[in-house]
Design a protein around this ligand. Sequence first.
Ligand SMILES: Nc1ncnc2c1ncn2[C@@H]1O[C@H](COP(=O)(O)OP(=O)(O)OP(=O)(O)O)[C@@H](O)[C@H]1O
Length: 120
Amino acid sequence: MKGNKRSIGFTHAWNGIKEVARTERNFRIHLLATLLVFAAGIVFKLTVTEWLIIVLAVGLVLVAEITNTAIEKMMDYLKPGLHPSAKVIKDIAAGAVLVAAVTSLILGILIFLPKLYSIF
Ligand SMILES: Nc1ncnc2c1ncn2[C@@H]1O[C@H](COP(=O)(O)OP(=O)(O)OP(=O)(O)O)[C@@H](O)[C@H]1O
C-alpha cells in the first residue's frame, strides 16, 4: 500500500491548499505578501520575538483565507443559486479575512515602521 494514514491525510490537506492557491487570487496575493514580509524580516534582522509575531500574523491571514474559501465552496455546493442566507454567510466569512488582514497589517506596521524610520 502506498503511504500510511498520516501521509495520506497530509496529501489531502496539501491538495486542499493547492486548490485554494489555484482558484483564489487573494490567496496568491497573500502568499506573495508573505514572501515579501519574510524577505523584509531578513533584511531588517528581526528579533526572535518579532519573528514570532510576524509568523503568527501571516499564519492568521492564510488560515482565514483558506477557511473563507472552504465556506464559499461549501455554499456554492449546497446553494448554487443566489440566496440572501448564502450572501450573509459568505459576507461573514469574508469579514473574518478582513479582521485577520487588518490585525496583521497593524502588527506589521508596529514592527517595521520604527525600523524604516531609523533608516531615513
Ligand atoms: N449564492 C449567493 N447568494 C447571494 N450573494 C452571494 C452569493 N454568492 C456570493 N454572493 C455575494 O458575493 C460576494 C463574493 O462571493 P464569491 O463567492 O464570489 O467570493 P469571492 O469573489 O471569492 O470573494 P472573496 O474576496 O470573499 O474570496 C459574497 O460575499 C456575497 O456578498
